[in-house]
Design a binder for this molecule. Structure first.
Ligand code: ADP
Ligand code: GLC
Length: 478
């Protein structure tokens, strides 16, 4: 059995702000199902973590080396919600705050989390074969394992995999803090330096034994200056050690046949429940219950990455089609203001929920909508297009990153394809695909064909988990 410790700054059902939470909650479970991996997950205990998910206080005084005086943290073991042990590090000084991210000392918070996670693994007594870190918050752990291999027998054989979920978030901070974190000199110190700042992402990319990212296409895109965020040179340099593994869908959580959040269950053979879900969705947003009128929906963080500039530009034209438009999102004020003004302008056509809504509403939108819009500027993988397909909701996406890998454009002549895809990042191109989708929607047989193509697609975690096992095995030979 391979012993793999996954480190993540978020994971469902404990804390989530986006797709990383879904992935970190599903991957350990899928790895255990392969029968080849003894996987565990280590994450911070946040203020927003539901305390009912904790089973026991495992350590009430784990010592963590820290400049200015060692700290002591509590470590909880969770209930078996994801069938792998989940260790939650309780450091209230850093994590008992209203939000998961967004503080000026985020780099210190996650440097501390990583230090504590590695102290915990040591205290548990069995060295992991692989430490698998995710995104910049875990870059510190990758660096530390690398440093410890030289002087700490416990970590001598441990290898590291660093997964990039979003290259744009780099965890930059003042390099003078490196000394404070214990990375004040040598190869490891230098690995953090990036254009005058220190970057936890860069350290992870430089020092991990292997790198992965969350779709095949994104693994190539990040090697280009356009999408490399200043680190494409490093990714090109390490391309032999970089692999794209497309995320899966946790069908225990995202399955219209069993989903407990939605008004009615349905499946590929009997879609009648979807109509009920649509009416329920319209009611929730205070929209007229016109079941024949198409619903175009979007759920995303309100950031430029998600293509909100295109949506803003195309909004009048979308409304002109007569479709309902429903948006759920939290993020930049300018986009929240835009959504509010759209809603005020067309209250009978537009439904908006601003803020982070948690799981139920996201499921209700997936189940009740007809079309799901993801015009992303870039998209490492994207999960909602895959959720949409399972719920008979047709994705309209821009051909970038994981969206391009997972959505196949509908071909009317052959009856193949599971969505609509455009290439150019422009409102015009996006509208072209929306019009095409609305045209197809008008023909019930055609629409049903596309729905079935999507509902039958198998995007489960099993294939991805098998790939990760291969990567873990390869990294152990390095
Ligand atoms: P990203 O990780 O870039 O945000 P993904 O498509 O991988 O994009 O995953 C986003 C996840 O976060 C999905 O599960 C989606 O339903 C959820 N999500 C995004 N915004 C919200 C929100 N405002 N309320 C509830 N869930 C949200
Ligand atoms: C990131 C990416 C998203 C991906 C998710 C999970 O947040 O933006 O595309 O699906 O991570 O890997």
């Amino acid at each position: 059995m391979l012993r793999v410790a996954i480190l993540s700054s978020e994971a469902v059902p404990f804390a989530k702000t986006g797709g990383l939470g879904d992935v970190a909650g599903a991957l350990p479970k899928a790895l255990i199902r392969t029968g080849e991996v003894d996987a565990s997950l280590v994450m911070p205990l946040y203020q927003q973590t539901d305390r009912r998910l904790l089973r026991e206080l495992l350590f009430d005084n784990l010592e963590v080396e820290w400049t200015g005086g060692n700290r002591h943290v509590r470590v909880f073991l969770s209930e078996e919600t994801i069938s792998a042990p989940v260790f939650l590090i309780d450091a209230p000084e850093y994590f008992a705050r209203p939000n998961v991210y967004g503080y000026s000392d985020d780099h210190t918070r996650y440097a501390f989390f990583c230090r504590a996670a590695l102290a915990l693994l040591k205290r548990l007594g069995r060295a992991p074969d692989v430490v698998h870190g995710n995104d910049w918050p875990c870059g510190f752990a990758i660096a530390e394992v690398r440093a410890r291999r030289a002087y700490d027998d416990f970590y001598r054989q441990t290898r590291t995999l660093f997964s990039i979920h979003n290259l744009a978030y780099q965890g930059a901070f003042d390099p003078r803090d490196l000394g404070y974190f214990g990375f004040g000199w040598g190869e490891v110190h230098d690995a953090f330096l990036s254009e005058g700042a220190a970057s936890a992402l860069k350290a992870g990319l430089m020092l991990a034994d292997a790198l992965s990212t969350v779709s095949r296409r994104y693994s190539f895109e990040i090697q280009t200056p356009e999408q490399g965020y200043g680190l494409d040179w490093l990714l090109r340099q390490r391309r032999e050690r970089l692999i794209g593994v497309t995320n899966g869908v946790d069908y225990d959580a995202w399955n219209p046949a069993t989903d407990s959040h939605v008004a009615a269950n349905f499946n590929a053979y009997d879609l009648s429940g979807k109509r009920e879900c649509k009416l329920d969705l319209l009611r929730r947003f205070g929209l007229p219950e016109e079941a024949e009128r198409p619903v175009v929906a979007i759920i995303s963080r309100l950031v430029a990455q998600k293509g909100y500039d295109l949506i803003r530009e195309a909004a009048p034209a979308i409304l002109e089609t007569g479709a309902f438009f429903i948006a759920l999102g939290a993020g930049a004020q300018e986009y929240e203001d835009f959504l509010q003004s759209l809603r005020d302008h067309a209250p009978h056509r537009v439904g908006v929920f601003k803020g982070y809504a948690g799981e139920p509403l996201a499921h209700q939108i997936e189940a009740g909508a007809d079309m799901f819009l993801m015009p992303s500027l870039y998209e490492p993988c994207g999960l909602n297009q895959m959720y949409s397909m399972r719920y008979g909701t047709i994705p309209i996406v821009r051909a970038t990153g994981g969206l391009d890998d997972t959505v196949e454009n509908f071909d009317r002549a052959r009856g193949t394809g599971n969505g609509f895809k455009f290439g150019e990042y422009s409102a015009r191109a996006m509208l072209g695909s929306i019009y095409e989708a609305l045209f197809a929607y008008a023909d019930k047989d055609v629409w049903r064909r596309i729905q079935l193509n999507g509902m039958r697609a198998d995007n489960s975690w099993d294939a991805a988990a098998r790939k990760y096992v291969e990567v873990y095995r390869a990294v152990m030979r390095m």
